[in-house]
Write a protein that binds this ligand. Structure first.
Ligand code: SF4
Ligand code: SF4
Length: 86
């Protein structure tokens, strides 16, 4: 994507840029520990935590940047950050 003079981007580019490629570590759920408190969904800065019909969550790896906030803030340590394999 080229950026115009002045750094102004066209609207809608956030969805077009799949930022998951920036990730070094990927979050992985341990559903046996999860209590469905929703903190991971609320705190993810990229809205990359998606609710499932069963009340648990899953990651949208197209956009998750691997920042680790969800894993750090989970009260039950139900999210592991594992080294990304490309
Ligand atoms: S923050 Fe942890 S316990 Fe809460 S919903 Fe997310 S994974 Fe489950
Ligand atoms: S690692 Fe960061 S970007 Fe990825 S789901 Fe967790 S909080 Fe969101």
């Amino acid at each position: 994507m080229s950026i115009q003079l002045g750094g102004v981007c066209q609207p809608g580019t956030t969805r077009a840029n799949k930022t998951g490629g920036w990730r070094t570590f990927r979050p992985v759920y341990d559903y046996d520990k999860c209590i469905k408190c929703k903190l991971c969904e609320l705190l993810c800065p990229d809205m990359a935590v998606l609710p499932r019909d069963d009340g648990f969550f899953e990651f949208d790896y197209d956009y998750c940047k691997g920042c680790g906030i969800c894993a750090n803030e989970c009260p039950k340590e139900a999210i592991d950050m594992v080294l990304e394999e490309k």
